[in-house]
Design a protein. Structure first.
Length: 129
């Protein structure tokens, strides 16, 4: 019995590599994006605890290069990044299953904004007003 409990504890330990870029899927089976970054906090006991998952174009640009952070902030004005509490994650794996439905998460607005304000000016983009 002790071996089963020990194995279960090991199965619940994930590295940052296991979480970053994982697909986010809602309880109604809709993929809403990927994890662009994570937030964690140091607790008084000295442990580091994962608190939330970040998703959005501004966070992703900051990962590509720290020099892009200011450009991303100017371009997106903090409108499209989202923080999903770790308590919303129902199941970990290659796909992170969230407890809420797609309508509970304000995602997809950045793609529409990029199409409307950037892609429309690129010849051949296929974007129509």
């Amino acid at each position: 019995m002790a071996l089963d409990k020990e194995q279960a504890l090991r199965d619940d330990i994930f590295s940052i590599r296991d979480i970053m870029d994982s697909q986010l899927e809602t309880s109604d089976d809709i993929e809403i994006g990927r994890v662009a970054d994570i937030e964690a906090e140091w607790r008084e006991d000295g442990s580091l605890v994962l608190t939330s998952l970040m998703n959005g174009p501004q966070t992703l640009m900051g990962r590509v290069s720290p020099h892009l952070t200011q450009v991303a902030r100017w371009l997106f004005r903090d409108k499209f990044d989202h923080c999903i509490p770790i308590s919303d994650v129902e199941r970990f794996g290659p796909t992170l299953r969230l407890r809420g439905r797609a309508e509970d998460y304000p995602v997809g607005r950045s793609e529409r904004w990029i199409a409307q304000y950037i892609l429309r000016w690129i010849p051949g983009s296929g974007y129509q007003q």
